[in-house]
Design a protein. Structure first.
Length: 132
């Protein structure tokens, strides 16, 4: 898939920070889990959606991040958005039914310095079913 931020996605690939692709359904709650090898229970994770990298517009949404859960030798985190948050995301022009935006996830290890963990493209899919 070609986007207007292919250079940014390529830079993520070169830095081994992605790109990661996620799909968000408009007006439905969003949940995405990921795991890091080792014990990261003292780390802080932040993640946001934006229309494009490095632009002055406000963030589209900040993900809520779950408390880390240590499972064997993996630390599991979850990124979530509420249904009202996904409903307020940009809509497609015309009949395309999907909008592509960017996101990145930052980690601050306990006692460490904040750095990008990964980033990528988020496809926001339009709602079809009248589910309420």
């Amino acid at each position: 898939m070609t986007t207007q931020f292919d250079e940014w996605l390529l830079a993520l690939r070169r830095a081994r920070q992605g790109p990661v692709s996620i799909n968000i359904d408009r007006s439905l709650p969003f949940l995405w889990r990921f795991a890091l090898s080792g014990d990261w229970t003292g780390a802080t994770i932040k993640a946001s959606l934006r229309a494009a990298p490095d632009i002055d517009d406000p963030y589209l949404a900040d993900f809520a991040v779950s408390a880390p859960e240590l499972v064997d030798d993996l630390t599991v985190f979850a990124l979530t958005l509420t249904a009202p948050q996904t409903a307020s995301l940009p809509t497609a022009q015309g009949n395309e039914g999907a909008v592509v935006v960017v996101f990145d996830t930052l980690v601050t290890p306990q006692g460490g310095v904040q750095q990008r963990l990964f980033g990528g493209a988020a496809t926001i899919s339009g709602k079809v079913t009248n589910a309420g």
